[in-house]
Design a protein around this ligand. Structure first.
Ligand SMILES: [Zn+2]
Length: 74
């Protein structure tokens, strides 16, 4: 497992990231630290987009590919 730990601020900042299909998806997170003990840290869990829209779907800002959609196609 090589999961990236995120702070609460980072989690809030990426709640609605851009999907590679051009829409805004939704990123879910899970707390991996004990509540009330030190700084809460989170990992990414599910990324969700609109299933009825033809894929592929995925976090645009996490793709290795250089083909980022700079603007949603109308
Ligand atoms: Zn999508």
């Amino acid at each position: 497992m090589n999961e990236e730990l995120l702070t609460k601020d980072e989690v809030l900042a990426e709640k609605a990231p851009l999907c590679i299909c051009g829409l805004t998806g939704r990123q879910f997170h899970m707390m991996v630290t004990d509540p009330g003990v030190g700084v809460s840290m989170y990992v990414r869990t599910l990324f969700e987009c609109i299933p009825s829209r033809p894929g592929p779907h995925g976090r645009a800002d996490l793709q290795e590919s250089a083909e980022l959609p700079m603007a949603a196609q109308a």
